[in-house]
Design a binder for this molecule. Structure first.
Ligand code: PHE
Length: 462
């Protein structure tokens, strides 16, 4: 079926940069800090790290392995690896839904990526200077109320992404991450140093690492798991596709640990960049999504060199977002290209056009379509507009489903010997331990969380 020979990453480092680029995104720098804030700090951070180690690393290994076994895009991978099984049509379908999930995520992710670009512009042009606290809320609210502006910046992030994708793995993705990832790291380190000079580090340390176990319940567990999966780019075909470009001589377990470590490290560091300035300025931490777009701009406005650091901060967010959007865009393009349906360039254009419509609807659901709730048949869904739905269904629901199915697939369907050879761990206790996790522990635990998600509610019922 393969019409095109797939390009490969030129080295393990190239893969690592791209995969870390995918993992590190709005999830780490925008979402992680405010969820930690909302969940009271230390206990949540510990729980999060536990989830990354117990489920995250084994699942990243799982998805990379499924991708690399046949070195083909996701749909074909599921089909070929279930050759001769009665359940083959089902697994082909699983491949298909795992391609749709990242498109759903992009439907809202591009909009937020657009906000970050808009903020860089607003700080440069002085729109966020000399403001009081309430006024930044107004600036943000005004942005949400401007369909044209939202769509403009969303389109810019989409065009940049589609352009990078259209150039292919080496000339597009690799080059982009080679430039963006070092910059991202440099900015992040500068921000932490800047924060450190302004005080608040001790409080931050205490806040992030003093656990109050009373704060842990099933709901926080679900939230930590969702956040970890989102942050590690699981259940969204990304790791399948990035794995399919991974040369055979590179160790999957090592790569998986590298990605998980770097991703968690950046999330924590983002906390160390943001919390100290919040603490020293006596601002509210539990302010939810407003933390980055409403609270931080006030502080940047008041601090020495705040404008420079404000620009750097939102550029950091924008870069992190772009290295993630390319990884969400790639699965669909890779499938279309492999099937010979379109050339890579045409595929980027077609997928881009479809996504533009979806992301525009999402941008409009912040204003003119705010009260349009398309799905009314279910209690949880009936009050959600398009952007809410995309986030809820793709980032919370489908990601868990896909990751769960990938684990069941590799654990129960794919030939054990093939998996053993692919991982290169030998028939060791480590291999057996990993396999038990994906065969038994993940299905039970994630299945349990999913039942809750589906509204059975026996976990969260108080
Ligand atoms: N991991 C990215 C983030 O933290 C989001 C993402 C999810 C990217 C799924 C790819 C796949 O922002």
């Amino acid at each position: 079926m393969s019409h095109v020979v797939q390009e490969k990453w030129s080295s393990g480092t190239a893969f690592l940069l791209a995969a870390i680029g995918s993992a590190v995104g709005l999830g780490n720098i925008y979402r992680f800090p405010y969820i930690v804030g909302e969940n009271g700090g230390g206990a949540f951070v510990l729980l999060y790290m536990a989830v990354v180690i117990v489920f995250g690393i084994p699942l990243v290994m799982t998805e990379l392995t499924i991708g690399r076994l046949k070195q083909v895009p996701p749909i074909t991978a599921f089909t070929q690896l279930s050759e001769g099984k009665k359940s083959q049509p089902f697994w082909t379908l699983v491949g298909f839904t795992s391609i749709l999930t990242p498109l759903g995520i992009l439907g809202f992710y591009f909009v937020i990526a657009g906000w970050t670009l808009n903020y860089v512009y607003s700080i440069i042009t002085g729109k966020l200077s000399d403001l009081q606290e309430g006024q930044t809320q107004q600036v943000f609210a005004d942005l949400m109320d401007s369909p044209g502006t939202l769509i403009f910046w969303m389109t810019l992030s989409l065009v940049i992404t589609a352009f990078i994708i259209s150039r292919g793995i080496k000339a597009g993705l690799e080059r982009a991450v080679n430039i963006l990832m070092p910059l991202l790291f440099l900015i992040l380190v500068s921000l932490v140093i800047y924060s450190a000079f302004n005080g608040g580090m001790v409080e931050t340390f205490e806040f992030m690492f003093t656990p109050d176990f009373e704060k842990i319940n099933m709901k926080t567990l679900l939230e930590a798991t969702g956040q970890a999966f989102f942050s590690l780019s699981l259940g969204s075909a990304t790791m399948l596709v990035y794995g399919s470009y991974l040369p055979k001589d590179i160790s999957i377990p090592k790569m998986a640990c590298g990605v998980a470590f770097a991703d968690t490290f950046v999330a924590l560091i983002a906390g160390f960049a943001i919390f100290p300035i919040i603490f020293t300025n006596g601002m509210e931490l539990a302010s939810g999504p407003g933390l980055v777009f409403e609270t931080l701009p006030v502080i940047f406005d008041q601090m020495p060199f705040g404008q420079v650091f404000g620009i750097m901060f939102f550029l950091l967010l924008a870069f992190a977002a772009i290295t993630s959007t390319i990884s969400l865009f790639e699965p669909a393009v890779s499938n279309l290209e492999e099937r010979g349906i379109f050339t890579r360039r045409k595929a980027s254009l077609v997928v881009g056009a479809g996504l533009w419509v979806l992301a525009s609807l999402s941008a409009l659901s912040l204003n003119v379509l705010k009260d349009w709730h398309p799905l009314t048949f279910n209690d949880t869904l009936k009050n959600q507009n398009i952007m809410d739905l995309l986030e809820y269904l793709s980032a919370n629901g489908m990601m868990l489903v896909n990751a769960l199915l990938a684990a069941i697939f590799l654990g129960w369907i794919v030939n054990r010997k093939a998996v053993l050879d692919e991982l290169g761990l030998g028939d060791s206790w480590l291999f057996k331990f990993w396999r038990t996790i994906i065969k038994v522990v993940v299905p039970i635990a994630i299945g349990y969380l999913l039942l809750d998600f589906l509204g059975y509610g026996f976990l969260t019922a108080e």
